[in-house]
Design a protein around this ligand. Structure first.
Ligand code: FES
Length: 147
């Protein structure tokens, strides 16, 4: 289907400390998002929040090419959320993420917009891991960095 590699997903293959995946790096921490079985290939996503400079930001995770893929839930055309209904990000074939507002079409592997008004720009991806049957996203609390 798609041979691109998601570097962030490869973290799941390494050994990990008990209870969560291997450390994502200084200043980052893992946040559990959902059970792995919740995410079906090309199916509905799970929405969650991550900390941001101006307050919490919306994000989501979906499964594609057998791996979880996480992005900020913000279109690159206009900063609105993508989903058609809460958690519905994919097109009818489950192959592309589509913005409900004007139809920008994104590759679910790397978030690159392949068609639409923001062609060539990419969704902001988040490091994601699957560990012990759960999906984790690495978050960095940017609000604390400004203090
Ligand atoms: S706001 Fe997403 S395509 Fe226009």
């Amino acid at each position: 289907m798609n041979n691109k590699t998601d570097v962030s997903s490869e973290r799941t293959d390494r050994s990990a400390e008990a209870g969560s995946p291997q450390s994502p790096g200084p200043g980052w921490s893992w946040r559990e998002v959902c059970e792995a079985q919740t995410l079906l290939e090309g199916g509905d996503g799970v929405r969650f929040e991550v900390p941001g400079l101006a307050g919490p930001r919306q994000a989501f995770v979906v499964r594609f090419d057998q791996s979880p893929r996480a992005f900020l839930n913000q279109c690159m055309h206009i900063p609105v959320e993508l989903d058609w209904q809460p958690g519905r990000f994919f097109d009818l074939d489950g192959l592309y993420l589509v913005c409900a507002t004007h139809g920008a079409t994104y590759d679910p592997v790397d978030g690159l917009c392949v068609a639409g008004p923001c062609h060539g720009r990419s969704l902001i991806s988040l490091p994601v891991a699957e560990f012990e049957e759960r999906v984790w996203v690495a978050v960095r609390d940017e609000s604390k960095e400004q203090a």
